[in-house]
Ligand binder design. Sequence first.
Ligand code: SF4
Length: 74
Amino acid sequence: MTWRVTVDTGLCISSGMCLGIAPGRFHFDESQHSTPVSTPTEPDEQIRDAAASCPVEAILLTDADTGTLVPLNA
Ligand code: SF4
């Protein structure tokens, strides 16, 4: 499986939590909203942890092939 990582920049409040939880996987764009460094990507538990920890649930993980949501608590 390959994951597609999406951040809803309309929801992101720039807390920086995902950058701290998954170093190197997210960075801030010019508007200080988080964006994934690489997507699609191999399944990555730090990315999953970041998505599960986002205070506004702005990070969406889907199966890049099927579009199915990746569970955040697996
Ligand atoms: S944890 Fe969520 S709100 Fe915080 S920077 Fe990342 S995407 Fe934005």
